[in-house]
Design a protein. Sequence first.
Length: 177
Amino acid sequence: MASPRPRADGGLTMADVAPVLVAACGNAMAGDDAFGPAVAAALRRESPAHCQVIDLGMAPTALLDHLQGRAALIIVDAAEAPDAGDDLMEFDWDSPARPALVRQEQLSTHGLSIAAQIELARAMGLLPEVVKLIAAPVGEAQLGRPMDAAARLVERAAARVRALAAELARASAGDVS
């Protein structure tokens, strides 16, 4: 779906905003932390309907600019989950079982973390009702290293995001079939 179109006053019309936002996070040059950007690239090759995909890279502060009017948010990132094995993970954002993300710290060299951005969006009343995390367990996330363990999960994650986005878009439209 194309990016939302601005109104004459600079705002967006609700009809122009896809109900589901997929926000990928990570450093494309830091091993398995490249999982989010790699999934975003896979999704762009076959864009899900009723969904906008953004690659936040290492600038999660841009998330707030894209939340207005969304019914759901899907975060795609690498997670520190030593007990998860090497399989794709899916959690409700507020689940106590959700693993820490690779760059979960409140303040990093690229600003507030995605976790801090989500809490800020919640405080500002911008956070969609449904927030999901699709994550790959991180093997290694060192600068200059290629993606390793998470690489084999990219296409599976893209397929899961497409299915989840379709389900969430139907639910937001009131279609529960």
